[in-house]
Design a protein around this ligand. Structure first.
Ligand SMILES: NC(=O)c1ccc[n+]([C@@H]2O[C@H](COP(=O)([O-])OP(=O)(O)OC[C@H]3O[C@@H](n4cnc5c(N)ncnc54)[C@H](OP(=O)(O)O)[C@@H]3O)[C@@H](O)[C@H]2O)c1
Length: 221
């Protein structure tokens, strides 16, 4: 397996921290990004505590993005476009993975938002025309990533994108989470289906008091 320098934008949140932890444990170099260098370093220190010997550094978002070969967007959809646009100058030729789920919550529970650009991932791709954008890791829950280091062997990571090389990177990085390759779910526009599917998982979690995930049957393993 290749090792990558991976920057996590919004790495102080539970999802970015959880994926960063899994990737750092697997031997990748991880750079935690934040709008605040202090917050980024606090999260990097937490990960180093959980994964002694792992290579985990930190910085403000654009600084870590500039240094990385692979960048994870792990920020809320609210404010996403402005943040992503601000990173465009440093993300040319970079593999960018979006796990952003544009969700709303009302009295009936979670739901997928209507996204003007189709999906958060497609909006990011439009804002980052020189980057290689894929979407993945929408359905693995932050507590599952952080609370244990065991592979989430009962789950699959679905990956979609229009750039085969970038997709291969995300498919490979899924191994650090589930213990097996991510599943190629098709072109980037499939993010329109993948992102709001998370609302279904949250509903199931609430009903059954579980942390559900997605597993695809019928694949050759
Ligand atoms: N939580 C999950 O289980 C889960 C699972 C799958 C996918 N996701 C998706 O992953 C993304 C991150 O989830 P999360 O739960 O970690 O989110 P979060 O805690 O709400 O946000 C992550 C980080 O984003 C930064 N941030 C917040 N608002 C921002 C803004 N307007 N502009 C720039 N940065 C901002 C904050 O970091 P600083 O203040 O340090 O900059 C924050 O710690 C979301 O899109 C979510 O839908 C989450």
């Amino acid at each position: 397996m290749s090792t990558y320098r991976i920057a996590v934008i919004g790495g102080t949140g539970p999802q970015g921290r959880g994926l960063a932890y899994r990737w750092a444990r697997a031997g990748h170099t991880v750079l935690i990004g934040s709008r605040s260098a202090e917050r980024a370093e606090a999260t990097a220190a937490e990960i180093r505590d959980r994964a002694p010997g792992a290579s985990v550094a930190s910085g403000v978002n654009d600084a870590v993005a500039r240094e990385a070969e692979v960048v994870l967007l792990a920020v809320p959809y609210d404010g996403h476009d402005a943040l992503v646009a601000s990173l465009a100058p440093v993300l040319a030729d970079t593999t960018v993975i979006s796990c952003v789920n544009p969700l709303g919550f009302d009295a009936q529970g979670p739901y997928g938002l209507d996204v003007p650009g189709g999906s958060a991932a497609e909006e990011a791709a439009s804002l980052l025309p020189d980057a290689h954008l894929v979407a993945a890791f929408h359905h693995v829950s932050a507590p599952s990533l952080w609370k244990s280091s065991d592979p989430l062997a009962h789950e699959d990571v679905l990956v979609c994108g229009d750039d085969d090389c970038a997709k291969a990177v995300a498919i490979e990085l899924a191994r650090c989470v589930t213990g097996r390759d991510g599943v190629d779910a098709g072109r980037l526009r499939m993010a329109r289906q993948l992102e709001p599917l998370t609302a279904v998982l949250i509903s199931v979690n609430k009903r059954y008091k579980v942390r559900s995930g997605v597993a695809i049957s019928g694949l050759p393993r």
